[in-house]
Design a protein around this ligand. Structure first.
Ligand SMILES: C[S@@+](CC[C@H](N)C(=O)[O-])C[C@H]1O[C@@H](n2cnc3c(N)ncnc32)[C@H](O)[C@@H]1O
Length: 284
């Protein structure tokens, strides 16, 4: 079977079984098996697959048909133009979370009299996507990255080693800000924010494969965010800032939480590309 045939056949199988973006997904799976780039796949039209490669591709397509996310099948996801290893121990980083990284870089760009090193805490780091993106873009920073899940931190460690930021990023296991040893200039967090009652409405890709502890935000979706706001005063330095990812339509609940947990702060919401208020920036 040629590359072109393999691509077309796999895309067709995925498409008739209801998988969206079937052509892109088939190309990613084929690229994983053959170790060829997208351009090579499209230009080496007559190159053939070995029988072993055909069998392997078939196996991956079968996994995808069982709703396993492609990122877990190929153990890779790009975030902020950086390649991350992912598996089912961690949430797959989402494009909308890149807004948190943009906002963090903007905060330091606009800051005057910045301390050295810049101290940052990434709370609920998962695979380390936010912490590592910040480390690579802010070489003068020191980052504490926490997670309650030991297995998530194992994945974050692999990514820190791969991107050579183990000296810059300190991984800490524990509840939210508790393990952070000193006040920081910036706290950034993408914590679970889906209401427990709404988990069943999510796609099987999420509910059957991604860690529930990465998604389930409790009764009103804001259990972790409330606790983080309660802890923040102790762990943030003078004129520091908090950047939190939130879910759709959570603004009013988040405003109430800010008023009840923090005094004399200003805050703004930042919309994502779909116009949804995705990040709240709280200045202390
Ligand atoms: C939505 S995921 C985000 C992962 C990563 N920051 C990202 O944006 O891709 C939330 C993460 O928070 C972690 N988490 C949940 N509850 C926590 C807690 N109480 N303390 C620290 N981390 C927690 C989960 O294990 C998970 O890795």
């Amino acid at each position: 079977m040629t590359l072109t045939q393999a691509l077309q056949q796999s895309a067709h199988t995925l498409s008739v079984n209801g998988i969206n973006d079937s052509h892109i997904e088939a190309r990613i799976l084929l690229g994983h098996i053959t170790k060829l780039s997208p351009v090579q796949i499209y230009t080496r039209t007559e190159q053939t697959l070995s029988q072993e490669q055909e069998r392997a591709l078939h196996g991956l397509v079968e996994r995808r048909l069982r709703q396993e996310p492609t990122a877990y099948i190929v153990n890779h996801r790009e975030f902020y133009d950086i390649d991350f290893y992912v598996d089912s121990r961690v949430l797959i980083p989402r494009p909308e979370t890149e807004l948190l990284v943009d906002a963090a870089l903007e905060f330091f760009k606009n800051g005057t009299c910045l301390p050295s090193p810049l101290l940052i805490a990434d709370i609920g780091t998962g695979c380390g996507a936010i912490a590592i993106s910040l480390a690579l873009n802010l070489p003068q920073s020191k980052i504490y990255a926490t997670d309650s899940s030991y297995s998530a931190l194992e994945v974050a460690r692999l990514n820190c080693e791969h991107h050579k930021v183990t000296r810059q990023v300190t991984l800490l296991q524990g509840n939210l800000l508790e393990p952070v040893p000193e006040p920081v200039n910036l706290i950034v967090a993408n914590l679970p924010y889906v209401k427990s009652s709404e988990l069943a409405n999510l796609s099987p890709e999420i509910t059957r494969f991604e860690p529930r502890t990465a998604i389930d935000g409790g009764e009103n979706g804001l259990r972790c965010i409330r606790r983080l706001l309660e802890q923040a005063k102790e762990k943030i330095s003078h004129r520091g800032c908090l950047l939190l990812e939130i879910g759709q339509n959570q603004e009013q609940d988040v405003i109430s939480l800010i008023h009840s947990c923090l005094k004399n702060v200003s805050f703004t919401f930042m919309p994502d590309l779909n116009g949804i208020n995705r990040v709240v920036k709280i200045d202390l």
